[in-house]
Design a protein around this ligand. Structure first.
Ligand SMILES: [Zn+2]
Length: 489
């Protein structure tokens, strides 16, 4: 969550329009060889129009050296694909491991993915794969229809509520895009063609898939302990069947370039990501398992077991067992009037739709609080909404909005609401940003000794996820995760 989070923050109708464009355009089945690439004026305009909004919803652009590096590697891959000067490559400030392409040749890669990748050739492979989706005009499909996509329709048609639309639409985020297996294979093949044309080792594509596979294993091994990092986004948006790596090796062999004939440019890459922010950005707050804590706002809460939190600059997305969906956000408390804040929130949520509401007033952890239970009626049944608002002091208000299926009890939601509190100095001090630190292994270094230097409770598993499971060699560079000194950016 961004510290400048305000009410209302999102124009979800635009977001929905964007989603519609992304999911519904380009339904034509691409041929095996897509031919010379072409980006229409219309796609270009759509991409440009949505770029800023899309970026804001994902954590914004990551600035600094690594940003320019991604752009220059991307430019050489786009050149090789015949799209020189027509693609836009953006490094996203998100620790989710993902990369994706949007029509108009807008290509995004997260700093979470940058941490996993180990060489420039692997980065080029990721970008080449995404350019491949653009060239072949692949259209991503929405993962599934659920109660909540119906609630989204209900929200738009009945209430026009932007907030409700966003909550319902969480499952339909860009991170949930899915391509078919054939489309993934085709993007792999095209990507390998582009990176080898661009002068990179074509075998790096298989290495990159291996690195993402390691990340998936790390997530499985440590799942639940660090739920925020545990969303295997790349895995869900880019299915990783076992033979995909073998296919990538075969495609690399087909280029006729011998394995290791070209270097992968590891050292250049590692120099560029040395110091890269790792994990949560303190400006957006920390998601630690089921706990959210914001060191600058000095607030925190903890969701009950079975819940998952997802950090974005607009709000903290909350999902719970039995299709519970919601978000946590904040705004200004004008004149200290919490009732007015609650009324504003509810008004924004239901926007005049027929609603029954019960309101309770009682302090929570010493803070003035309001809890409202709403039932919004629709033509195909209704939805329960539970809303909590808190006076956070200093003219700040915070709130939860949770939508639950009618059959769901509210004990877990009450537990969530009761956990909101102001952080003490000790809690604030414990929230330190982390970064990638590249080190050269000494003569006596081992994976265990390097892992012990990791600022992570799963140090050994994270070391393997970031560096691979080959034996540590003296004189070779490795990625560690360390705490960042206070005051650096
Ligand atoms: Zn893909």
């Amino acid at each position: 969550m961004n510290e400048l989070c305000r009410l209302p923050v999102v124009r979800s109708r635009t977001a929905l329009a964007l989603a519609t464009i992304l999911f519904l355009t380009g339904c034509n089945q691409a041929p095996q060889d897509p031919g010379p690439p072409e980006i229409s004026e219309e796609e270009r305009a759509t991409g440009a129009e949505q770029h800023q909004q899309l970026l804001a919803s994902m954590g914004g652009e990551y600035r600094g050296d690594a940003k320019n590096y991604v752009q220059s590697v991307g430019a050489s891959v786009a050149d090789a694909a015949g799209l020189g000067g027509q693609c836009h490559f953006t490094l996203v400030n998100s620790d989710v491991v993902n990369a994706f392409a949007v029509p108009g040749c807008y290509i995004y890669v997260t700093r979470g993915l940058m941490a996993v990748v180990t060489s420039e050739a692997e980065l080029a492979s990721v970008l080449g794969h995404e350019v491949g989706h653009i060239v072949a005009q692949h259209s991503a499909r929405q993962q599934e229809r659920s109660l909540w996509s119906m609630l989204g329709v209900l929200a738009v048609s009945l209430t026009g509520s932007e907030r409700l639309t966003r909550i319902a639409g969480q499952a339909v985020s860009l991170f949930g895009l899915r391509y078919s297996r054939e489309q993934e294979y085709q993007a792999d093949d095209l990507g390998i063609r582009y990176v080898s044309t661009a002068g990179y080792d074509p075998f790096a594509a298989a290495d990159m898939l291996g690195a993402l596979g390691r990340q998936e294993r790390f997530v499985k091994e440590t799942g639940g302990q660090d739920a925020a990092r545990s969303l295997p986004e790349w895995a869900s948006s880019h299915p990783l069947p076992a033979n995909r790596v073998e296919r990538a090796i075969q495609a690399a062999e087909d280029t006729g370039i011998a394995e290791d004939a070209r270097g992968e440019k590891e050292a250049v890459y590692l120099a560029k990501i040395d110091g890269l922010l790792f994990g949560d950005d303190p400006k957006q707050g920390f998601v630690i398992g089921r706990r959210f804590a914001h060191p600058i706002m000095r607030i925190g809460f903890e969701a009950p077991p079975g819940f998952t939190l997802a950090n974005s600059p607009e709000a903290i997305g909350i999902t719970g067992p039995g299709d519970i969906r919601g978000e946590f956000g904040g705004g200004q408390l004008r004149g200290g009037d919490l009732d007015a804040y609650m009324r504003g929130l509810i008004g924004e949520l239901v926007d005049g739709a027929p609603t029954q509401a019960d309101l309770a007033r009682s302090p929570i952890n010493g803070l003035p609080a309001r809890i409202a239970q709403l039932r919004v009626e629709g033509p195909d049944g209704g939805a329960h909404l539970l809303v909590a608002a808190y006076d956070g002091g200093g003219g700040r208000a915070f709130h939860f909005v949770i939508a639950t299926p009618p059959r769901q009890g509210r004990a877990a939601i009450d537990q969530l609401f009761a956990s909101f509190h102001l952080l003490g100095p000790g809690e604030v001090a414990a929230l330190r940003p982390r970064m990638i630190k590249v080190v050269t292994a000494g003569a006596l270094a081992s994976a265990d000794s390097l892992s012990r230097q990791m600022a992570d409770r799963n140090g050994r598993a994270l070391f393997t996820a970031l560096n691979g499971d080959a034996t540590v060699k003296a004189g070779t560079q490795y990625k560690l995760v360390r705490y960042r000194n206070p005051g650096t950016n």
